[in-house]
Design a protein. Structure first.
Length: 364
């Protein structure tokens, strides 16, 4: 379905086959009266934090508790990967870029996998302790030493390394009670352009693209991914008209049908320049949902967020099911550490930190 077809279709045919909701954000360190009213809109399924929302561990705990009081059901998320993508810094463990695992893996596979599991567990445990439910990670892109935006965020330069290290890291994440979201499907590592600033085009063949898909394919088969985030990149060999995030070929035919993914599809930020091909924000919402996205992520623009919410409201009015992400919220029953004891075990936490620090994977 082309964008023009979507926009010209009557509202009463806008019932999506999948549940749809919105991931939005707030502007500061605490909730304003406007924020509280904004967040009461049932179309909002989750909230994403940025560095502007963080001052200290104590402030973050207060903010997440206040958010829970306003909306107990919404998922509280962040981009907390390590390296240069780490929104919460002072008072949190400073993780090295994921690429640091690659050299260890080449020398000692089992040691690297154990460290990756430690790293995932520690990162997730710290977030959960502060009331944050999910980090949009891991990055499953294969680094080709050309990307302006991926680079050392990737676990490695080949599919096997990325698959193995990401799998172990996810095991750590899950052992702490957190689910994983793999990104940026089908792979963002081979294009130079940054999709935050422009629309990248990956002109490789289907065979080359299939190689980049391998980490996603492996982790889907192992039931390691609760969610997947597609790239705002055009891959002409598969769909020359749409980015992966706006492409039913990628999201429904390949991701759902061929790869058998049954989890939640989170759009990448609809305010990114790479998403501008979808039209205005209301139009982008329908383009992403018609392609197969569940969670419509929109950041750094309250007016745009409201347009996306309005679009989701119209979808719901047409019979689309509302996306409920409350099942993603870690519970105390699920929150276990790598030795199946409680997360609050400070002795274990310090042992994990020591192992990671000795390997140069965190700043102690």
């Amino acid at each position: 379905m082309t964008l023009n077809t979507i926009l010209n279709t009557k509202l009463n045919t806008m019932k999506m086959a999948q549940p749809v909701g919105v991931i939005a954000d707030i502007g500061g360190l605490e909730l304003t009266a406007e924020d509280k009213t904004f967040l009461q809109q049932p179309e909002i399924s989750g909230l994403i934090f940025f560095a502007r929302n963080y001052q200290s561990p104590e402030q973050l705990k207060t903010l997440t508790a206040e958010l829970r009081a306003v909306r107990p059901d919404i998922l509280l998320t962040v981009d907390q990967e390590g390296g240069r993508v780490q929104r919460f810094r002072e008072g949190f463990t400073r993780f090295a870029p994921m690429m640091m695992y690659e050299a260890i893996y080449k020398n000692d596979v089992q040691h690297a996998l154990a460290l990756a599991k430690d790293g995932g567990w520690l990162l997730a445990s710290e977030l959960i302790e502060h009331g944050v439910d999910l980090t949009f990670a891991p990055v499953l892109d294969i680094e080709r030493d050309c990307s302006q935006v991926i680079g050392d965020r990737a676990f490695g330069h080949d599919a096997d390394t990325v698959s193995a290290l990401a799998s172990a890291w996810i095991e750590g994440l899950q052992s702490a009670g957190m689910m994983a979201v793999g990104k940026h499907f089908p792979g963002h590592g081979a294009v130079v352009a940054d999709s935050h600033k422009e629309l990248p085009v990956d002109s490789r063949s289907t065979g080359e693209l299939d190689y980049d898909i391998q980490p996603f394919k492996a982790l889907i088969a192992d039931n390691k991914l609760g969610g997947i985030m597609p790239a705002h990149v055009v891959y002409p060999a598969v769909d020359s008209e749409h980015t992966a995030g706006f492409s039913a070929i990628w999201l429904q035919n390949i991701l759902r049908k061929q790869l058998g993914f049954t989890g939640t599809i989170f759009s990448d930020d609809l305010s990114m320049e790479g998403a501008a091909s979808g039209g205005d924000f209301y139009q982008r919402s329908f383009a992403a949902a018609n392609a197969g996205a569940n969670a419509l992520v929109v950041c750094n623009n309250r007016e745009a967020a409201q347009q996306v919410i309005n679009a989701a409201r119209d979808m719901h009015s047409a019979g689309t099911q509302r996306l409920d992400l409350s099942g993603w919220i870690p519970s105390t029953k699920r929150a276990k550490n790598i030795n199946n004891t409680t997360v609050a075990n400070n002795e274990l936490t310090e042992a994990v930190k020591a192992r990671l620090a000795n390997a140069g994977l965190i700043n102690s």
